[in-house]
Write a protein that binds this ligand. Structure first.
Ligand SMILES: Nc1ncnc2c1ncn2[C@@H]1O[C@H](COP(=O)(O)OP(=O)(O)OP(=O)(O)O)[C@@H](O)[C@H]1O
Length: 237
C-alpha cells in the first residue's frame, strides 16, 4: 500500500511544526521518513541540503511509547543518548541530572523504569531525547497515552523548552488543541494515501501559558482547524 504520496514539506529552523491528522493518515510514516528510519520508495528528505538516509547525529526522538531499557536505571537510560553520540557519561551526567530535575524525576534517577508511572517513563524518554541538545526533535504522539493533567503539564514544559533553545520540533498529534497550543505551524494531513493538504500558521503570541487555552483567540484557532477537517470530510481528528 502507498502510505504517503506527493508530500512536500519544508520545516523551518527553530520552528515548532505539528503533523495533525486522523488515525492512519501517515503521520508516523512521515516522521520516520524525516528521521531516516524507514527507506523511501520515492522522493527524498534533505537536511541542510544533504539527503537523510539514516538517523542524523543531532536528532532527538520521542516515540508514542517510551523505549526505556528495563535493566538500566533512569539516569542510565537518559545517558544512553550520550553513548550513541560517543560522549562520556562523566561529561554528560550533570546535564542528565539537571534535566531529570526539571521534569520532576530527580528523586527517581536511580530507580528502574518498571518502578515509574507511565507519565514518568515518558518524561524520562523526553530527557533522553534532550540530553545532547539536539538540533531537531521529532516526537510521535509523545503524550498520547498520558492522563489529561500530566499531558497539560508536559505541554507547558515542552513549550518552554522549545522557546528557550529555539529548537526545531516536528510533533505528531491527533489533538487539534494540542497542535494549536504548541505549534508555529500545523501541517494538516489526510488519508488515502497520506498527504499534507494544508499548512496553517498559528498566530498566537509566545510565550504561551496554559491559561491561553481558555482565551477566545485560542478557541478561534481550534475552530479554524476543525473547519478544515470538516471540509475534508473528517469529523474527528
Ligand atoms: N509496516 C507497515 N506495513 C504496511 N502498512 C503499514 C505499515 N506501517 C504503516 N502502514 C499503513 O500506512 C498507513 C499510515 O500509517 P501511520 O502509522 O503512518 O499512520 P498515523 O497517521 O501515524 O496513524 P496513528 O495516528 O493511528 O498512529 C496506515 O494505513 C497503516 O496501516
Amino acid at each position: 500500500m502507498t502510505a504517503l504520496a506527493h508530500v512536500s514539506l519544508e520545516v523551518r529552523e527553530g520552528e515548532f511544526l505539528s503533523l495533525l491528522g486522523p488515525s492512519g493518515c501517515g503521520k508516523s510514516t512521515l516522521l520516520r521518513a524525516i528521521a531516516g528510519l524507514d527507506p523511501l520508495t520515492e522522493g527524498r528528505v534533505l537536511l541542510h541540503g544533504a539527503p537523510v538516509v539514516a538517523p542524523p547525529p543531532g536528532f532527538g526522538m520521542v516515540f508514542q511509547r517510551d523505549v526505556l531499557l528495563d535493566w538500566r536505571n533512569v539516569i542510565d537510560n537518559v545517558l544512553l543518548a550520550a553513548e550513541f553520540e560517543g560522549r562520556p557519561h562523566r561529561e554528560m551526567q550533570p546535564r542528565a541530572m539537571a534535566l531529570l530535575d526539571r521534569f520532576g524525576l530527580a528523586a527517581f534517577a536511580h530507580r528502574y523504569p518498571w518502578e515509574l508511572s507511565g507519565g514518568m517513563r515518558q518524561r524520562a524518554g523526553i530527557c533522553r531525547a534532550l540530553l545532547c541538545e539536539p538540533e531537531v526533535i521529532l516526537m510521535d504522539e509523545p503524550f498520547g497515552a498520558l492522563d489529561a493533567m500530566t499531558r497539560d503539564d508536559l505541554n507547558g514544559e515542552l513549550a518552554r523548552i522549545q522557546q528557550e533553545g529555539k529548537r526545531t520540533v516536528v510533533f505528531v498529534t491527533h489533538s487539534i488543541p494540542e497542535a494549536v497550543f504548541l505549534s508555529d505551524r500545523v501541517a494538516v494531513m489526510s488519508a488515502g494515501p497520506g498527504r499534507v493538504v494544508k499548512i496553517v500558521e498559528i498566530g498566537l503570541p509566545r510565550p504561551r501559558p496554559l491559561s491561553l487555552r481558555e482565551a477566545p483567540e485560542f478557541g478561534r484557532e481550534v475552530a479554524r482547524l476543525r473547519a478544515i477537517f470538516a471540509q475534508l470530510g473528517v469529523q474527528k481528528a
